[in-house]
Design a protein around this ligand. Sequence first.
Ligand code: SAM
Ligand code: SF4
Ligand code: SF4
Length: 400
Amino acid sequence: MTAKRVIVLHDERLANSAEPSLLQLTDLKPVVADGLLADQLGRQLHDLRISVTDRCNFRCSYCMPKEVFNKDYPYLPHSSLLTFEEITRLANVFMSHGVRKIRLTGGEPLLRKNIEILIEQLAALRTQDGGKLDLTLTTNGSLLAKKAVALKAAGLQRVTVSLDGLDDAVFRSMNDVDFPVADVLAGIEAARQAGLGLDKQGHFSGIKINMVVKRGTNAEQILPMARHFRGTGMVLRFIEYMDVGATNGWRMDDVLPSAEVIKLIQSEMPLVQLEPSQAGETAQRWGYADAMGKHDPSLGEIGVISSVTQAFCSDCNRARLSTEGKLYLCLFASQGYDFRPLLRESSVSDKANDSTITTALAHIWRGRNDRYSELRSTMPADKTSATISGKRVEMSYIGG
Ligand code: SAM
Ligand code: SF4
Ligand code: SF4
């Protein structure tokens, strides 16, 4: 074994430290993957989110505020990004440990050149029990009209489109690059026509629409959005504005709790709560009700993601891979595990090296005890974020 067989722990808090911390791979007991990998809190690895670029053509103030993400911002050079082969190779190791669902994200994933090729490669992988991967992607929708057909042909099954309102002025001001809402709506329509997210019953339940709700900014868009997507088969999900990263100037006062969103929609369109469709689901599901107060599937459902007011860490089974190959165990982490040197010290066909990566991942996930949102809810409002986890990485870098 050489001195190279370590994983560097990249820590935002120690960014200027001369001595990075290391995880010694030489001392680790080899692990053979059996598809069942649980962390300290018994949470089994199931989902992987991969950020394929740290760049974006929008400047949503809650994610990449213009003042910070300007032309002087140190975006990653192309040579730092994992290649498609490196991503696929790592994904395969994650799947051997039980990952069944992969979401491509960013930054804006459709800005990554030839993303369809990566989708093709990932779609060809098989899970530990020989099944197909649940492969999806989150996008701001700006390039979807152009790319929907190619994405579907490459093997993408589902898609989530972010849309923070239907009013053009509100939408333009939220994306902060004056991007028109009509173009995103055209992208959603293109996704529908391409057959993305179509289920066996002919519903487009695999097209999800994410709306981040900020009090005082787009709360008046909640009802128009609900009316627009009701009965379309698409699932609209309302996300509480979160304190991710270190640049969005988050304040608790700007969070509109999901309970208020539900109450508002109920006042016009009756809802009934639905069971989660799978363990570890981030959204609480609500179905539109018929005159008898029963869920009417033809009217569809909505979801609320209450990361601030109702933490769901106890079910969190997601790992996140940054654009340059660092593994993060929590959206609010300040520390990541750098897999890129391990990938680059050997070729794709080097199976011995794959087993080192398999072992490293097992030890890292088994040591996981992150539960930031649960801890946040026990803290006074003025002492959140940095108090618990130190300086955190940005969402555009590790992916939402
Ligand atoms: N650019 C793509 C998009 O916007 O869909 C993918 C990346 S984006 C980081 C992924 C998701 O994170 C989006 O739905 C976005 O609205 C959400 N998001 C970003 N910042 C957020 C914040 N501070 N609170 C809640 N959700 C946020
Ligand atoms: Fe870009 Fe998505 Fe972040 Fe908006 S939320 S700035 S579209 S990465
Ligand atoms: Fe998962 Fe971290 Fe979010 Fe909790 S705070 S749900 S552990 S990503």
